[in-house]
Design a protein around this ligand. Structure first.
Ligand code: NAP
Ligand code: MG
Length: 451
């Protein structure tokens, strides 16, 4: 079994990737078990050094990784470079963790009580196709830092940068078997991570549908899970905000990465009293988004990841769709889809379902209470933005919106030094931030009697 990687910008063949079967997956997990035992015995400072060497190897390979991602996934080259640099940064950040997994000494009678953060063993990381290398690093870097081995299954559509990271780990001197990238189908390699008892924790990023299935399967072995799932996040624009700035930045909060972003602000909630003024500025900004050849430095948005995914996105925009206006996209071969702005009814499919493409639903609201109710009227709760110049309102609304990653007067959501994850059906657990390595350990309490 193999998969043919197609460049989504021009439909040319990039390469063929061999798929592992169940037996090969089990063999890799068995090698990981052996490698992990050794790794956990390595002195913390030496584990830290090994991770820094891995970060250096990624740094030296940024241009190569970036070109691979652009050819495989269609990401604009400037964005691909940022993604590769982010992997380096995440590795550097967690290279500090082995020496900082500090336990507690707890006062008790008759002896000494201390806690240890013990590694779990083998961690299985399953990634989606939208940000292949960055999302992989959020799992493997803290997991390795905490003394675990990692098996990584990239999405079938986008395996190339993950496979390259596996090579770089070996070139940097990480032990054989400690970090293995296993290309294959979700139903084969991914399922085996769920059922093989030697895999002690699953880090899954992907759709809510598959995430639920993984959680149910993990229950059988009480296997630990972190889930990062879908979103339908709101960008809330109040009348008292800097409307021009809100309108100029809104396209990038939802059309970046062609909308294939779990944090995309795909619902744009605009206070009714400034609706027309906002839409005027927004239309201009959408028309200015540079959609095109992802190898060009000036390109802001590339194609969708595959022709199949374009079909899925296009199914939301039929003749009856309430399209307000659209941006541009190239004609000819490639999975192109022009940024699209729709004005659906509340509760309709466009307003509630994750499209995962460059489509934004604009919904007017009346007042603060209405905005909060509308923002929370979804099964998801991943990210969101709030635009207001009223400090009190910024605080009130940020506390009231059910979402794991909010920003006021900006659209930032992911920093490796801050926790990331979802409320409700957007996920379970948190990645990144200062505590992530601990999430790859078990706390062990030991009492030493002094009498
Ligand atoms: P997906 O279909 O759920 O697939 C995600 C990964 O799971 C892929 O590697 C897939 O392998 C694998 N998989 C599929 N079926 C499986 C099974 N039965 N057992 C184990 N693994 C299985 O998601 P996607 O279409 O790649 O990505 C889009 C989704 O990811 C969106 O819903 C998006 O919101 C979400 N996402 C969330 C975050 C976050 O941090 N919250 C970040 C990015 C994306 P195959 O590729 O072989 O099918
Ligand atoms: Mg899928």
């Amino acid at each position: 079994m193999s998969y043919t990687v197609i460049n989504p910008a021009d439909e040319s063949i990039v390469t063929e990737v061999e798929h592992l079967d169940e037996a090969a997956t089990d063999a890799a997990i068995a090698r990981a078990v052996v490698a992990q035992r050794e790794w956990a015995r390595v002195a913390p400072a030496d584990r830290a050094r090994a991770l820094r060497r891995f970060a250096d190897a990624v740094d030296a390979d940024i241009e190569h990784l970036a070109l691979l991602e652009t050819r495989n996934s269609g990401h604009p080259i400037t964005q691909s470079r940022w993604e590769a640099g982010h992997v380096r940064d995440v590795l550097e950040y967690y290279s500090a963790s082995p020496e900082r997994l500090i336990g507690k000494q707890i006062p008790v009678a008759g002896g000494l009580d201390v806690t240890f953060h013990e590694p779990l063993g083998v961690v299985g990381v399953i990634t989606p196709w939208n940000f292949p290398m960055t999302i992989a690093s959020w799992g493997f870097a803290p997991a390795l830092a905490a003394g675990n081995a990692v098996v990584l299954k990239p999405a079938e559509w986008t395996p190339l940068t993950s496979l390259r990271l596996g090579e770089l780990a070996l070139e940097a001197g990480l032990p054989e078997g400690l970090f293995q990238v296993l290309a294959g189908r979700g139903s084969v390699v991914g399922e085996r991570f769920v059922t093989n008892p030697a895999v002690r924790k699953l880090v899954f990023t992907g759709s809510t549908e598959v995430g639920k299935r993984i959680m149910a399967g993990a229950a059988d072995q009480v296997k630990r899970v972190t889930l990062e799932l879908g979103g339908k996040s709101a960008n809330i624009v109040f009348a008292d905000s800097d409307i021009e700035k809100a309108a100029a930045t809104a396209p990038y909060s939802v059309f970046d990465n062609a909308g294939q972003d779990c944090c995309a602000r795909s619902r744009l909630l605009v206070q009714r009293s400034v609706y027309d003024r906002f839409m005027e500025g927004f239309e201009q900004a959408v028309k200015n988004v540079k959609v095109g050849d992802p190898t060009l430095e000036e390109t802001e948005v590339g194609p969708l990841v595959t022709l199949a995914h374009r079909e899925s996105v296009a199914s939301f925009i039929d003749d009856s769709a309430p399209v307000a206006f659209r941006g541009s996209a190239p004609d000819g071969p490639g999975a192109w889809f022009a940024p699209t702005v729709v004005t659906p009814e509340r509760g309709s499919r466009l307003a509630t379902e994750e499209i995962f493409g460059p489509v934004v639903s604009v919904l007017p609201f009346d007042d603060e209470a209405d905005a909060i109710a509308l923002a929370n009227d979804t099964e998801y709760g991943l990210s969101g933005s709030i635009w207001t110049n009223d400090l009190g309102r910024g605080i009130r609304v940020a506390r009231a919106v059910e979402g794991g990653n909010l920003s006021v007067n900006s659209h930032s959501s992911v920093r490796y030094s801050t926790p990331f994850g979802g409320f409700k059906q957007s996920g379970l657990g948190r990645e990144l931030g200062p505590d992530a390595a601990e999430h790859f350990t078990e706390t062990k309490n030991v009492f030493f009697a002094s009498e």
